[in-house]
Design a protein around this ligand. Structure first.
Ligand SMILES: [Zn+2]
Ligand SMILES: [Zn+2]
Length: 111
């Protein structure tokens, strides 16, 4: 039973030097600096289309939140802009992919 994994999202405690900012502000800034998940997500959906690479299910634009980006090499910091490390998987196939114990915490770091 792993139903809670998708909503189980970890927040790191920022070690901030500048006080006065809220945690949310800092998180937002960190996301801007780093390759934000939603950024490569949109790119991958654009490159590979709204279709699950595994089961072949197609999605409407409005349902594209059901498609998630899988990193073929398992490293979500490896985001080549040509999309060669990305695979669009529906949440079911993606969950299945990771239930093999490869990267159990992947969803935890996704928005
Ligand atoms: Zn699928
Ligand atoms: Zn994945």
């Amino acid at each position: 039973m792993r139903h809670n994994r998708h909503s189980n999202f970890k927040k790191k405690k920022p070690q901030s030097k500048d006080s006065g900012k809220t945690v949310d502000d800092i998180v937002r800034e960190l996301k801007k600096l780093s390759n934000s998940p939603s950024d490569y997500r949109e790119k991958s959906l654009k490159i590979h289309g709204l279709i699950c690479a595994k089961c072949g299910r197609e999605f409407e634009y409005k349902d594209r939140h059901l498609l998630t980006i899988h990193h073929k090499d398992g490293n979500h910091k490896n985001n080549p802009t040509d999309g060669s490390n990305w695979e669009n998987l529906c949440i079911y196939c993606h969950d299945d992919e990771h239930s093999r114990g490869l990267l159990g915490d992947y969803f935890g770091s996704e928005d």
